[in-house]
Design a protein around this ligand. Sequence first.
Ligand SMILES: Cc1cc2nc3c(=O)[nH]c(=O)nc-3n(C[C@H](O)[C@H](O)[C@H](O)COP(=O)(O)OP(=O)(O)OC[C@H]3O[C@@H](n4cnc5c(N)ncnc54)[C@H](O)[C@@H]3O)c2cc1C
Length: 465
Amino acid sequence: MSLPPPIKKKLGRIFEPKSISFSKEDLLCYSYDATGESHLPDVVVFPTTAEEISLTLKLANESGFPVIPRGGGSGFTGGTLPVSGGVVISTQRMTSISIDQENLVADVGSGLLTGDLQDEVEELGLFYPPDPTSVKFSTIGGNIAENAGGPRAVKYGTTRDYVLGLEVVLPNGDIVRTGVKTAKGVVGYDLTRLLVGSEGTLGIITKAFLRLIPKPKEKALMYAVFGDLASAADVVSTIIREKITPSTLEFIDGASIRCAEEYVSTGIKSGAEAVLLIETDGTLKSVEDSTALIKKICQENKVLEFRVAKDKKEIKDLWKLRKNLSPALYKIKPTKINEDIVVPRSMLTSLVTGVQEIAEARGVLIVSFGHAGDGNIHVNVMIDKDDPDEAKRGAEAVSDVFDLTLSLGGTISGEHGVGVTKAPYLSRELSSSLLSVMRGIKDVLDPKGILNPGKIFLSPSNKEN
Ligand SMILES: Cc1cc2nc3c(=O)[nH]c(=O)nc-3n(C[C@H](O)[C@H](O)[C@H](O)COP(=O)(O)OP(=O)(O)OC[C@H]3O[C@@H](n4cnc5c(N)ncnc54)[C@H](O)[C@@H]3O)c2cc1C
């Protein structure tokens, strides 16, 4: 849809000129996310207050145009794409931060970059654990909307575990506060938890009250290299079975390592078909004990090389390798279909071997890496989307991977959400009764369907997902 001039004029009355843009160049910058898809909005606005967002949503209800919340635009499932045009609300100017050291609570604007919050609290000896690999460019609001995880989720949980309360503008324009700023609270339904992971479809988050914890005193980073995928997967299952809780337990397959090594040289043995990046944190004694145990488990499972990073530079290089994996894969093929499936950790070996069988059967390359400690593997189907035959085989491989995941007792998304790309598969995982409850919640809060339409559900009227 294209917004008629009178509506644009009314929007111009809500925002001062520097906080609203209709220019093609600006619209292009807010048209895409990490899926690589692009849809132009009609307008982009840069509010600094919840009131401006409230007025925009009230106008949207009167006039029937879509409103799309946007943080850093790093989502992998198209959650912030303006698929039917409308007004993109960028939170990039809502970056307030206030830290209550007595109560260990951070009160932050939803557009604050997660990495900026981490840096700030760590200076004070505090810790905000959620650490999506995108911390440097994703926002607290986007992390909450997607319930972002990251390498540390294996020990510390996901974003959901740190959100005490929210300031939210509901689709009808009401500004509400959910949850608490205290350590506990159980008054009424837990709308905070409902909003976490709701992908910008139930409200626009303007502020978040986040739980902080003391920063761990010591940590050690190890890496273990294997000649086959199954041995690495067995190590992950054994670490969990032995009740060791590393702070990160990341898995990288051989193809991914070879791509990323061109960005950063780590000296990892050639012939590596899998690498585990394992970090433990806590007291000096607990770190030493778990490092020794993890080394023993690796040695019992055909490890080719095991090392503890010796200094800050080596630690930085290893994380750089891990953080560059996603962009590095584009060297293999121009299109990456990144699916963040999760299986019970005891099923990891079946998953990695099953995925390789799918790759062979469909004749496509699939490379994997991710948060193995959570059973959360990023399975990347590498194709050229301009080659129709390869694109078809890629889509079939994705469908097979989802079926395999569900057959192993898993879920089709651990942290990237449903957005647009996973909407067609929702009914494979959720029963029709559950889906109608979810649609009902959306209808109650957003009866006119103006907030982030086309996300999670294929369309309001399509009952198939
Ligand atoms: C290289 C790379 C690595 C990544 N690594 C990880 C990882 O380790 N773990 C992980 O979980 N994800 C990861 N991601 C995915 C992505 O970074 C996360 O989903 C992140 O939470 C998105 O935040 P964002 O600010 O970029 O949100 P956007 O992409 O702008 O938006 C994502 C969704 O949130 C909604 N939204 C944004 N702000 C608000 C708000 N204030 N109120 C309501 N809704 C809002 C949008 O409408 C959309 O539905 C990675 C992405 C990239 C590109």
